[in-house]
Design a protein around this ligand. Structure first.
Ligand code: GLN
Length: 547
């Protein structure tokens, strides 16, 4: 049986519990332990798939097709291991399970209550990943802030487990904020004291307190926090603001967070941390040799979290290329044929983002036309790929009214159409084409050269697809349909060979990009942008050169 670490948060939200949890897991992994992370979210949606990115940021999709919280993305990027449905549980899912059991008669004769039925289901799921001999340590992040009404059953479940599990098998890390009062020139510990008191009132006593802070915590402050919060002084950990999230594991190592956890958990068998590759990545990230500007064309660009995995994939790919990637947010609604050059002319690459619905669509199509005609490297993901197909149909094949039936159900030229199996689906939650599917790449295509393999697997989240009835027309006009699903023939990749770099993918390669294994498409896209930047002094035109 594995050992369990629970991570709770207090004072305010957005303190970065996910990054602290991922950093701790990374350090434990670097010491040779098998660690995994799961996230419990207190909202009532069964999963975040039905949440608007404005509400909750990006929806992260796992190999097994779960629509999950974006923190799972951090877990995968840090640990380089795949997560699954079991790694993300919401209040909605807990209640759904309990209510389904009640309807099936599993509790016949009993009153079904929050305690013990809901808390038992939470505990069952908290312990589940620790079963079998897969992991030595399971880290569980509890979403929300201590004191919230909705997180109470989760905290109660942690309380019960703290009592039920052997002392050495469980510990609680509480993350708080130590605000700096500029007027008083002082760091203030009171909010942390209150937050720990609140947690204690709910019956959970933290073993370690991680303090987010702008200024260093001196020994006196650490002692004060330790005294008032009833933990050892060495268990008060400073988590200073870091220039990049990828620095946090090293900062936590300097604070000995991993060693304190191992001691409390009674684990004596571990190695010196093996972080050579991680440090190499950080060095490249910190000291780039060149830089490129890549336009991210989307409709949620003002919200960083909406495209989290894409932004992080650029960090990984940039480091590998020793190139700083400046992502320039371009709102698709603001691009028109008359301002395209002004908005896009200074860029070295164009990424058209995933998305849903009508808003900003025509701007995306204009941007793609600009990239296609000027030789600007182009990379389209999901909706971005679909828009590149529409642009090509309209402006190259001459199907002026071409569209996707998502935006125009009556279009006479449905070059993007709803997938057959999707047409009968009415329910919204978890019903898209989700998760990993295989894809075969055409020998000699750009995609094939980028992946270095003819058989790949990538993750999906969509309802519409390239309408294969148009395949011949596209191929005759010069678009290569270079990636197909081996079973259904669904078009997964399109590309233009007479362009320096023009590729659209129906899947989401950003979801599999990690520090140790950056997504190949991002790596080669950044390389193409670099070459474009080097050559941008000379007049642009469609160049035949390929990678
Ligand atoms: N809206 C499109 C579809 O459902 C694209 C989805 C996406 O970009 N994730 O097919």
């Amino acid at each position: 049986m594995a050992k369990f670490i629970f991570v709770t948060g207090g004072v305010t939200s957005s303190l970065g519990k996910g990054i602290i949890a991922a950093s701790l897991a990374k350090l434990l992994q670097a010491r040779g332990l098998r660690a995994t992370i799961q996230k419990f979210d207190p909202y009532i949606n069964v999963d975040p798939g039905t949440l608007n990115p404005y509400e909750h940021g990006e929806c992260y999709v796992t190999d097994d097709g779960a629509e999950t919280d974006l923190d799972l993305g951090h877990y995968e990027r840090f640990l380089n291991i795949a997560t699954s449905q079991a790694n993300n549980v919401t209040t909605g899912r807990i209640y759904q399970t309990v209510i389904n059991k009640e309807r099936a008669g599993d509790y016949l004769g009993k009153t079904v209550q929050v305690v013990p039925h809901i808390t038992d289901e939470i505990k069952r799921r908290m312990l589940q990943l620790g079963e079998g001999d897969k992991y030595d340590i399971v880290i569980t992040e509890i979403g929300g802030t201590v004191g919230d009404i909705e997180s109470l059953p989760f905290i109660e479940a942690v309380r019960q487990l703290q009592w039920e599990l052997p002392e050495e098998d469980c510990l609680v890390v509480h993350l708080t904020l130590i605000p700096y009062l500029r007027a008083a020139k002082e760091l203030k510990t009171k909010p942390t004291q209150h937050s720990v008191r609140m947690l204690s009132q709910e019956g959970v006593h933290p073993d370690i307190i991680v303090c987010r802070t702008e200024k260093p915590l001196n020994f006196e402050l650490r002692r004060k926090i330790a005294l008032f919060c009833n933990v050892k002084t060495e268990a008060v950990i400073e988590a200073a603001d870091a220039p990049t999230i990828y620095e946090v594991p090293l900062a936590m190592m300097r604070e000995k967070l991993d060693l304190i956890c191992l001691k409390k958990l009674g684990i004596t068998q571990y190695n010196e941390p093996e972080l050579a590759r991680w440090k190499e990545f950080l060095d490249k990230l910190k000291y780039p040799k060149t830089s490129v500007s890549i336009g991210l064309i989307g409709k949620y660009v003002e919200l960083q979290d909406a495209y989290k995995s894409i932004l992080e994939a650029f960090v990984h790919a940039g480091a590998l290329n020793e190139c700083k990637v400046n992502v320039v947010n371009v709102h698709s609604e603001h691009i028109t044929p008359s301002n395209a050059h002004e908005k896009l002319g200074h860029l070295d690459g164009l990424l058209v983002a995933p998305g849903f619905g009508q808003r900003g669509i025509e701007g995306k199509i204009v941007a793609i036309q600009y990239a296609r005609e000027t030789g600007l490297p182009f990379f389209g993901i999901c909706l971005g790929m679909q828009m590149s197909v529409i642009e090509f149909a309209r402006n190259v094949i001459g199907l002026k009214k071409a569209h996707s039936t998502e935006m125009d159900p009556e279009t006479p030229e449905p070059v993007i159409d709803m997938m057959e199996e999707q047409k009968k689906i009415k329910a919204m939650g978890g019903t898209m084409r989700l998760g990993a599917y295989p894809c075969d790449l055409k020998e000699g295509s750009l995609a094939h050269r980028i992946y270095g393999s003819a058989h790949i697997s990538e993750r999906h989240r969509h309802r519409w697809e390239f309408n294969s009835a148009y395949a011949t027309q596209f191929e005759e006009a010069g678009m290569v349909l270079s990636g197909l699903n081996p079973e259904t023939g669904l078009v997964e990749v399109v590309e233009l060979p007479n362009h320096p770099f023009f590729i659209g993918v129906q899947y989401h390669p950003e979801l599999k990009s990690t520090v140790e294994a950056p997504a190949p498409l991002f790596v080669h896209f950044v390389a193409a942008a670099r070459r474009f930047a080097e050559r941008r002094e000379t007049p642009v035109g469609v160049k035949k050169e390929l990678i």
